[in-house]
Design a protein around this ligand. Structure first.
Ligand code: AMP
Length: 315
């Protein structure tokens, strides 16, 4: 099948998650406050593949230039609620090799009472990507959608440790889960990643992508698997949002191709390509601080890096 490298105008992805301000320190520098959030990164990455409609909340401090950036990528902001108070704030610091990070501060602010309400125009969209927020909120959004072709998302250690019951209930309705290796082990109780993936598949999602940071990712689908290395960036400036951009690229590609995971007839190579596009988007994200790379990134650059992946994995 030829690679459809064109934006698909007829499909839409609904994305829920955080729209935030982040303070980030890496060995390459420090930014006190910049646009971030799981929904923001996912939406920016997916917007290169298809229309994106976001559901999130911000405070009255949310800057017009940040609204403008999202709008400039044709992201539908009808579901972006603005309430009195401050926007969610997260602060983190990375280790020297940037494989670990410590959260220094999480101020929920307006996020604390967030009760996502989907605009009527979102409810019958075919693709739903549930960014990393409390599992009960993810479930509430899924419940408001008519009948998405594909539902999937992300989670994190906080929810696995402290909201396990809610998370397990939420995962039952998902077609795919994107999760990093440490969290996959935590969620499944299995050290071995193959066993971990199988255990997670038994929780609901038939497709599980285990992300391994700079080392790449493994896709598990039914009994099949596909392994992809990480893109060898010369300099990683800021890994914040890379996982979310992976999710945006992965789901964006599935939506661009109009794929339906639920009918069980998915061409495995299409899923593999989705993992490559996820890796491509994650790698671009790390090239600048915060969302800066998305101010200039083009679809041509994305497709060129996809081809590079083909070249360096061919033997
Ligand atoms: P990632 O590097 O892909 O894990 O995503 C980082 C983004 O997640 C940052 O921009 C943060 O604003 C956001 N974030 C961090 N903690 C949370 C949380 N507890 N809930 C929602 N979003 C969060």
């Amino acid at each position: 099948m030829p690679l459809a490298s064109t934006y698909n105008k007829t499909m839409s992805i609904v994305v829920v998650g955080s729209v935030a301000y982040d303070g980030v320190e890496t060995p390459h520098g420090r930014v006190e406050r910049m646009l971030g959030g799981s929904c923001t990164y996912i939406a920016l990455a997916a917007s290169y593949f298809t229309k994106v409609r976001i559901v999130a909340v911000v405070g009255d401090d949310f800057a017009q230039e940040d609204v403008d950036l999202l709008a400039s990528r044709n992201i539908d902001l009808e579901g972006l609620e603005r309430t009195a108070g401050k926007t969610f704030f997260w602060q983190g610091v990375y280790s020297q090799d940037m494989n670990d990070r410590d959260t220094l501060r999480t101020d929920l602010n307006v996020f604390e009472h967030f009760d996502p309400k989907l605009p009527a125009s979102y409810k019958s969209e075919p693709y739903l990507l549930l960014g990393n927020i409390q599992p009960a909120l993810q479930r509430s959004v899924r419940g408001q959608m008519a009948k998405p072709r594909i539902t999937g998302g992300d989670t994190m250690n906080l929810w696995i440790e402290h909201f396990r019951g809610e998370l397990l209930q939420t995962l039952q309705g998902w077609d795919f889960l994107l999760i990093n290796d440490g969290e996959a082990r935590m969620l499944s109780g299995e050290k071995n990643l193959r066993r971990a993936a199988r255990a997670i598949q038994a929780m609901g999602p038939r497709t599980v992508v285990i992300k391994r940071g700079e080392y790449g990712a493994i896709l598990f689908h039914g009994d099949d698997y596909f392994i992809v290395p990480g893109y060898l960036l010369e300099t990683v400036f800021d890994p914040t949002g890379a996982g979310d951009c992976f999710a945006g690229g992965f789901t964006g590609y599935l939506a661009q191709q109009g794929i339906d995971l639920a009918d069980g007839t998915i061409d495995r190579r299409e899923l593999s390509r989705a993992v490559i596009f996820g890796s491509v988007m994650g790698s671009f994200c790390c090239e600048r601080f915060g969302v800066d790379r998305f101010r200039t990134l083009t679809r041509e650059e994305i497709d060129a890096r996809f081809q590079e992946f083909k070249t360096f994995t061919d033997f």
